[in-house]
Write a protein that binds this ligand. Structure first.
Ligand SMILES: C=C1C[C@]23C[C@@]1(O)CC[C@H]2[C@@]12CCC[C@@](C)(C(=O)O1)[C@H]2[C@@H]3C(=O)O
Ligand SMILES: O=C(O)CCC(=O)C(=O)O
Ligand SMILES: [Fe+2]
Length: 344
């Protein structure tokens, strides 16, 4: 069995790419984290309403949900879902447990710092090494059990954190399967391909807790820099504070309106490959704001790392080469634009 650690073992990550700023003691945006102003202001988010957000909010109990999802996948590579069956008290709990973690003093969080070739633990996003400037962000990644790290953080009170993470991952797994079945049906995937996409037997889906502390100068800072997610599908809880934006050709950066209780569904690179580029793997970023501490929780689902990914057999002219999932992840860990390197 291949682990994520082996896949990304050669990441060019060094300590300064892993250790987030000490947000406890900072009172301005340091040069190392000061980005040139973007083409569009990053702090426009307060002025937008739901219509501006473009991507649809789909009610999973609607009998037309599958069609709507198919259209959104083709058009945007992103949509939101409501009435998805995930208990709202569990979503509240994961947000409060995440806040409990990020509220710890910096020196305590650094006790569970991710190692340079590891996946789990506290640290900056893995995409940090693609960029010269640091991000206004700290993350905590969980692969499998989080007991070891939680025991270090809360020696006498780790169980409720771990129970919440486990229960949430379980719910995310079920919702991912439900969504993938609908998405794959819209492109007539075979049963074998569906089994491949929903199978998780030798891989564990990473859960990423993201924290974006209030920022004194949001127009010069970036929460999470533009990127595409690598796996098949990401389910994101973004709470009630706006911050997620996605890029639309010809329109530029658009925000994704925070909708109470909704999950943002984001298609990743592997689904872009499998759909022969019919579904975009949407470029997205997170912006920060001056007054609120924003938390988001992302669940990444992918097929087994030892399996192959290629355009579905139904496409006569495959636009991408076939390769092992672990080969793709390894390529992506070195090249932000890995998709362009595997075009036929
Ligand atoms: C499988 C993975 C997806 C991910 C990289 C990782 O190896 C584990 C963490 C994931 C994450 C979370 C934050 C954003 C992201 C782009 C990153 O830097 O690390 C994603 C990665 C991804 O989708 O490529
Ligand atoms: O916090 C957000 O809104 C975006 C998070 C994200 O893109 C990620 O974790 O991959
Ligand atoms: Fe992302």
């Amino acid at each position: 069995m291949t682990t994520l650690l082996e896949v990304s073992g050669n990441d060019p990550m060094t300590d300064h790419h892993i250790i987030p700023l000490d947000f406890d003691s900072i009172d301005g945006v340091p040069e190392s984290h000061s980005w040139p102003p973007f083409d569009e202001p990053l702090n426009k988010i307060q002025t937008c309403d739901l219509q501006d957000s473009l991507i649809p909010v789909i009610d999973l109990t609607n009998s037309k949900a599958m069609n709507l999802i198919g259209q959104a996948c083709k058009q945007w590579g992103m949509f939101q879902v409501i009435n998805h069956g995930v208990p709202s008290n569990l979503v509240k709990k994961i947000e409060s447990e995440s806040r409990r973690l990020f509220a710890l003093p910096t020196h305590e969080k650094r006790r569970v710092l991710r190692s340079s070739n590891g996946v789990s633990g506290y640290g900056s996003a893995r995409i940090s090494h693609y960029f010269d400037k640091g991000m206004w962000h700290e993350g905590f990644t969980i692969m499998g059990s989080c007991v070891d790290d939680a025991k270090v953080l809360w020696p006498h009170d780790f169980q409720r954190f771990c129970d919440t993470m486990d229960a949430y991952q379980n719910q995310m797994k079920q919702l991912t399967h439900k969504l993938l079945l609908m998405i794959l049906e819209t492109i007539d995937a075979t049963q074998e391909e569906i089994d491949w996409a929903i199978s998780t037997h030798d891989s564990r889906s990473p859960l990423q807790l993201n924290s974006y502390p209030p920022c004194p100068n949001p127009s010069h800072a970036v929460g999470l820099a533009p990127h595409t997610d690598s796996l098949l599908l990401t389910l994101l809880h973004q709470g009630d504070i706006n911050g997620l934006e996605f890029f639309v050709d010809g329109l530029g950066w658009r925000h994704v309106q925070a909708v109470e209780g909704a999950f943002v569904v984001n298609l990743g690179d592997l689904l872009h490959i499998f759909s022969n580029a019919k579904f975009p793997s949407v470029s997205h970023r997170a912006v920060v704001n001056q007054s609120k501490h924003r938390i988001s929780v992302a669940y990444f689902h992918g097929p087994p790392f030892e399996s192959r990914v290629a355009p579905s057999a139904k496409f006569q002219k495959p636009r991408f080469k076939s390769l092992l999932v672990k080969e793709y992840l390894s390529l992506k860990s070195k090249h932000c634009d890995a998709l362009s390197l595997i075009q036929t």
